[in-house]
Design a protein. Structure first.
Length: 206
């Protein structure tokens, strides 16, 4: 089994759409360890609709749309890292975190601690909007300081070559390509747009 972690610099950067495209491109299965918020379509349901891939059941399904540790406390549950071992599957597995790398899972551990424990390669998804240089640089530093294998940064949004190049250069990180915002988000439009992503580099990290 080869797992690849998809994390983001923040909430709402396009991480789930990217994960759907990657899952389809790799012919992978998908797993969201912790789902916070159940009123709208979950990330697992979105992935299934956009990729047609087999999805694994979440380890924790939490009702409150908030940070996982707060959602868990709202339900009287404590998230523990030993309940979040990577599932054993045949072939590649795309694993999606929640929000950014420093999102708390409980009062002692961040997602970053889990990524470091898993020792699987990581793709960081960043928006191209204002503020992304700071958020991306901090996320890259955190991942590397934790000993994670950072494959590169993939961007989502309108093209901002100077911004994207600054992040790649100053953080010494590979630019994995950019997904534009898609006016019509369907499996086909996502597949077409994902051709701009360096999936060969991601696949070689597995």
């Amino acid at each position: 089994m080869s797992a690849i972690i998809v994390t983001g610099t923040d909430t709402g950067v396009g991480k789930t759409v990217f994960a759907a495209g990657l899952t389809a491109a790799l012919g992978a299965r998908y797993w969201k360890p912790v789902q916070s918020g159940l009123e709208d379509a979950t990330d697992t349901e979105t992935i299934r609709a956009l990729s047609g891939a087999e999805t694994l059941h979440e380890a924790y399904r939490l009702s409150l749309p908030a940070s996982p540790h707060l959602s868990a406390e709202d339900m009287g549950v404590e998230i523990t890292l030993n309940q979040l071992a990577l599932p054993q599957v045949d072939g590649p597995l795309v694993v999606e975190g929640a929000g950014g790398v420093m999102v708390p899972l409980n009062r002692e551990h961040f997602y970053l601690d889990l990524f470091a424990q898993w020792k699987a390669p990581v793709v960081l998804v960043a928006r191209t909007a204002l503020g992304t240089i700071n958020h991306s640089s901090l996320s890259v530093m955190a991942l590397r300081n934790a000993g994670c294998n950072l494959v590169g940064v993939a961007f989502v949004g309108e093209a901002e070559p100077p911004v994207e190049q600054t992040i790649a250069q100053m953080c010494s990180v590979r630019h994995l390509g950019r997904l534009p915002h898609l006016p019509s988000l369907t499996p086909q439009t996502l597949s077409d747009a994902f051709e701009a992503i360096d999936t060969a580099t991601i696949r070689s990290a597995l």
